[in-house]
Design a binder for this molecule. Structure first.
Ligand code: KG4
Ligand code: ZN
Length: 364
């Protein structure tokens, strides 16, 4: 808890329900500002959505209702704690699917009200952005590349609540592009791991475009790559197993090149904004960060620009509630709490002042 601006240890309950993971966690923030995960429970709804090739909002919301209660009980029992140990409650307020957000936010408010402790509504993207403070005790500022099924952004993380967006996607998110590529090639959902596994069996011999290559602003565009992949697949139909693997390898190679090029531009902008003396660390978060080929490409480009690469462990890169609890603990330590009227927000940009990317759709 924060008392008279002085940090003392606090235990935060975190709740995450913005997409298709129902998650609850308990995290302790210690006096020295470091964090400790006491428990982190993630109940994936993947099997409920797999048949549809994507997340179905109504199914997700109903599943959160069923799964959240047991997830919170499990988080408490794994931490060996009762409700009375909780100093504050943090729940995702957005961005995400409204039905699920209402379930988690309402539960968080009810627990906070019942216990008489502070409540904090968390921006899911801020939670991804602050995770490196929990896993690596990383201080500000740093460059963040957030690459998931719903988001593709590069941001300067200056402080809690202070972000400058450098790049965003004009169309599909990176994970979404992997998912669509997989669907097109008849592979399962989620597509990223499937494409990566098949790429290991293939050769990157099929020419595919690198949209936005060399552009000044570090934005992404993936729609053209997806279309080119479709054309190449149609041209080879019926596809042999080797064709599918070669297409996966070629697609993944194109994505790795795109990410390296766009991130290299983000490094330059980071230095332009903050000067040469600023900490040079790139943090990669989001499900796509699990891709080994992408990680290797990012490692190479980071080295070239004198940046250190930090990739939190996969279970903390993908959606989880420990990151929500940690963001809550960071905000609480700054006295940033919310009242029970905090709304759900389907859209909630980290940098509301960022100029719209030219031609960008709603995901920017
Ligand atoms: O962060 P995440 O678990 O959920 C959200 O989207 O919020 O990210 C899931 C996305 C999916 O699109 C999935 O296909 C992609 O991350 N992904 C990968 C890999 N593992 C997961 N993409 C490429 N390579 C992977 N190994
Ligand atoms: Zn996420």
């Amino acid at each position: 808890m924060v008392t008279n601006g002085k940090d003392v240890s606090s235990i935060m309950l975190g709740i995450e329900t913005s997409c298709d993971e129902t998650a609850a966690a308990l995290v302790r923030r210690k006096e020295d500002g470091s964090g400790e995960i006491l428990s982190s429970v993630v109940r994936s709804q993947l099997d409920l959505h797999a048949a549809y090739g994507g997340v179905v909002p109504e199914i997700a919301a109903r599943a959160h209702v069923e799964l959240l209660d047991p997830a919170i009980s499990q988080a408490l029992s794994e931490a060996g704690l009762g409700f009375e140990a909780i100093d504050a409650v943090a729940a995702t307020g957005g961005p995400g699917l409204v039905g699920g957000l209402i379930v988690g936010l309402t539960m968080g408010k009810a627990i906070a009200l019942g216990l008489g402790v502070p409540f904090i509504a968390i921006n899911h993207l801020e939670a991804h952005a602050l995770t490196a403070g929990l896993t690596d005790h990383l201080g500000f500022p740093y460059l963040l590349l957030l690459v998931s099924g719903g988001h593709t952004q590069s941001l300067i993380v200056k402080d809690v609540g202070s972000y400058e967006r450098l790049g965003t996607t004009l169309d599909d998110a990176l994970g979404e592009a992997f998912d669509k590529a997989a669907k097109l090639l008849g592979l399962g959902y989620p597509g990223g791991p499937e494409v990566e596994a098949r790429a290991l069996l293939g050769r990157p011999i099929i020419a595919l475009p690198r949209p936005m290559h060399g552009r000044k602003e570090p934005h992404f565009s993936l729609a053209g790559l997806k279309t080119a992949l479709r054309h190449e697949a149609l041209a080879r139909a019926p596809l042999s197993e080797q064709d599918i693997s070669d297409l996966c390898a070629s697609f993944q190679e194109a994505v790795a090149d795109i990410v390296a090029d766009r991130t290299s531009r983000a490094f330059e902008l980071y230095e332009e904004r903050l000067g040469k003396g600023a900490q040079r660390t790139l943090v990669v978060a989001g499900g796509v960060a699990a891709n080994q080929r992408l990680k290797a490409a990012l490692e190479a480009v980071a080295r070239k620009h004198g940046f250190r690469l930090v990739v939190p462990p996969p279970e903390l890169c993908t959606d989880n509630a420990a990151m929500i609890a940690w963001a809550g603990a960071m905000r609480l330590s700054r006295g940033l709490i919310d009242d029970l009227a905090a709304p759900v927000r389907a859209r909630w940009p980290l940098d509301p002042d960022a100029p719209p990317a030219p031609g960008a759709g709603v995901k920017a």
